[in-house]
Design a protein around this ligand. Structure first.
Ligand code: SF4
Length: 376
């Protein structure tokens, strides 16, 4: 009796690997077929540098080779559940993942700059009171493929809109998914990946100390942003439960050890963190780190019962910081007409589906067509 041949190995997802590992896998595959070595570079280039949606589109390769690539290294995609374009040019995506989870990315154009805000987790365990994602609870960590694919999809859909900057400020706390974020940073920054300069990639954290220590080990000049949102530990506890585990003093110390310019993110909430005394406390912290303060208006509807600080009050607050020598910028609220704040779109879309009787969770293949809802 002849033994049956061993089963074929499952197709490999090259898009889940860092470029160096993808190159090694492709190189071994090319060698095993007796193909010329230059094919490796041609194939790897189609992963991130000049991505194709499917191997059939890589027409510089022979048709037989493209068919074999499709069989052995199929290219995964994210299904766009919803894509919205705001009147201010902000583009927001709700991606539906293979298991039915939904995550968001937002592309924010500003002059020659196009900043893509990406998610690192589906939902979030940290429950910040001003955040729609926090109210969803934690669903799961995203894989390397799912994080990096948020960038790849933008390049595939709108090649002229390739992000110049990437910020981990979407759904989830990136430093609670460090192994996947670590690998994605390499894919984003590598010349064989998306080639985004390290100074144009920002990881934003509430201050997860073990993750900050890991991030600090990376030699590249990646940027660190601290989601501060309150200038004292007591105030922070009222809006950010994580303060009980990693308190403000420890987070500031860890940021100091980071040895690079740090940004404080500060969302303005009426009556909670927007008094003159709060500005003065914030000055004290910012001076210690020579931090830049990014003031963010609270998105209406994004923070449950919390009320956004008025524009006049925000201006006065920023002025008070500047008068005391702190560099402060006020971010314009972008994409107000498309629920662009983190988590808002998923909450809205799933609420609408529930009301109309659609199941939320796993979607049927037919439901995965992009829905383009242009903003007003
Ligand atoms: S602000 Fe960030 S850390 Fe806080 S709940 Fe929202 S996603 Fe999580």
């Amino acid at each position: 009796m002849t033994a049956s041949p061993p089963p074929d190995p499952p197709p490999a997802n090259l898009l889940a690997l860092v470029p160096e590992a993808a190159r090694a896998a492709v190189s071994a595959w090319v060698n095993a077929r007796g193909l010329p070595a230059y094919r490796t570079g041609q194939i790897v280039r189609r992963l991130w540098v000049a991505p194709v949606a499917q191997w059939a589109d890589a027409t510089e390769l022979p048709a037989t080779l493209r068919a074999e690539l499709e069989r052995d290294f199929p290219l995964g995609r994210l299904a766009a559940d919803t894509e919205r374009l705001s009147s201010d040019g902000t583009r927001k995506y709700l991606w539906r993942l293979a298991d039915g989870e939904a995550i968001e990315s937002v592309l924010i154009p500003s002059g020659a700059r196009r900043t893509l805000c990406i998610s690192s987790q589906a939902g979030c365990a940290l429950g910040c009171s001003f955040c729609a994602t926090g109210r969803m609870g934690f669903r799961r960590n995203l894989s390397v493929f799912e994080i990096a694919a948020q960038v790849r999809e933008i390049v595939l859909r709108h090649p002229e809109e390739k992000p110049t900057n990437v910020v981990f400020m979407g759904m989830g706390e990136p430093l609670l998914n460090w192994p996947a974020v670590d690998a994605t940073l390499t894919i984003l920054n590598s010349p064989e990946g998306f080639g985004v300069g390290a100074r144009h990639i920002t990881v934003s954290t509430v201050g997860i100390l073990p993750g900050m220590a890991e991030f600090a080990k990376r030699p590249e000049q990646f940027r660190l942003a601290i989601s501060l949102h309150a200038p004292t530990s007591a105030q922070r506890r009222t809006i950010m439960p994580v303060e009980k585990k990693y308190d403000l003093a420890q987070v500031v110390e860890a940021a100091r050890a980071f040895d690079r310019r740090v940004t404080f993110e500060y969302v303005m909430i009426a009556g909670v963190n927007d008094r003159d005394a709060d500005a003065d406390e914030l000055v004290r912290l910012a001076r210690r780190l020579r931090a830049l303060v990014n003031i963010l208006p609270l998105h209406p509807g994004g923070g449950g019962d919390l009320v956004p600080t008025t524009a006049d009050r925000i201006r006065a607050f920023a002025e008070r910081l500047r008068n005391q020598g702190v560099e402060a910028s006020v971010r314009r609220s972008r994409g107000l007409d498309i629920n662009a704040a983190c988590g808002q779109l998923r909450v809205e879309v799933e609420g609408r589906r529930r009301r109309s009787g659609h199941a939320v969770g796993k979607v049927a293949a037919g439901e995965e067509r992009p829905q383009i809802l242009k903003g007003a």
